[in-house]
Design a protein around this ligand. Structure first.
Ligand SMILES: NC(=O)c1ccc[n+]([C@@H]2O[C@H](COP(=O)([O-])OP(=O)(O)OC[C@H]3O[C@@H](n4cnc5c(N)ncnc54)[C@H](O)[C@@H]3O)[C@@H](O)[C@H]2O)c1
Length: 241
């Protein structure tokens, strides 16, 4: 049985979507939480709800701000004593433009948030995980990072980077008790638990936030103790690539 009792997790981009569903799932499983996002109001509402079950810290932060990330990890370790799990979920992705019409400032926003944000949090949390000889790092990729999405060339590139970052880092730290994996969603419904019709997968529907959170929770748990360096697609058997 999956359980996370007594563990502490940092989840970025936790205010909505897959991040929020992951926070809810982790709280159900007894995991204390550090929730990070750009919208403090939404985080406060989530803390109100989940704080009845577990200890929850919330931080408004842009993950591309390295100093802010350092400060959050420092405060989290001071409060909880350790960080067991990091879910690098925050990303920007909702833009569809031919690459020829994009500008370098747009690519830089993607790189700063999706790649550097993940690297800053991982680098900072890793120090604590190395001291404890224990850790679970789950990066959120995308099928765009595996197959490449037209009109999302810059986004696809960042998610490809997240997948290779996962595989390379796992080779450095798995023997130190830190397991690193990637979860790559396909199309996901905008409604938390209600799939929508989709011709992009052989299931004929989108996935849900909770279906992604279920795999993230499994990889975060001790049930997944022999899994590291992998990328798992939650895409209902992707049809169009
Ligand atoms: N929803 C999908 O269809 C889909 C498909 C494939 C991959 N993904 C990936 O799943 C993850 C979650 O996507 P979603 O659709 O659930 O989220 P979303 O786009 O609805 O929300 C993103 C979250 O990230 C946070 N965020 C964005 N930029 C940030 C920044 N600079 N600093 C701090 N927080 C920031 C937002 O506050 C929010 O909490 C992302 O990594 C995304 O790339 C989503």
């Amino acid at each position: 049985m999956i359980e996370l009792t007594g563990k502490t997790a940092i989840i970025t981009g936790a205010s909505v979507g897959i991040g929020e569903a992951t926070a809810e799932k982790f709280a159900e499983l007894g995991c204390n939480l550090v929730l990070v996002a750009r919208s403090f109001d939404k985080l406060e509402a989530l803390k109100e709800k989940l704080g009845k079950k577990v200890d929850v810290l919330i931080f408004k932060c842009d993950v591309s701000d390295e100093e802010a990330v350092k400060d959050i990890v420092k405060k989290s370790v001071e409060h909880f004593g350790k960080i067991d799990i990091l879910v690098n979920n925050a990303a920007i992705w909702r833009r569809w433009i031919p690459f020829a019409e994009t500008e370098s400032s747009m690519w830089k926003d993607y790189i700063d948030c999706n790649i550097l944000g993940t690297m800053y949090f991982t680098h900072e949390v890793l120090q604590n995980m190395l001291e404890n000889h224990y850790g679970r790092i789950i990066n959120i990729g995308s099928v765009a990072g595996v197959y490449g999405n037209a009109l999302q060339v810059d986004y696809s590139m960042t998610k490809g980077a997240i997948i290779s970052f996962t595989k390379a880092l796992a080779k450095e730290v798995t023997d130190k008790g830190i397991l690193v994996n990637c979860v790559s969603p396909g199309s996901v419904s905008n409604k938390q638990d209600v799939p929508e019709a989709s011709d992009l997968s052989f299931t004929g529907r989108t996935g849900t936030h909770t279906e992604n959170a279920n795999l993230i929770a499994f990889l975060a748990s001790d049930e997944a103790s022999y899994i590291s360096g992998q990328n798992y697609q939650v895409d209902g058997c992707r049809k169009k690539m």
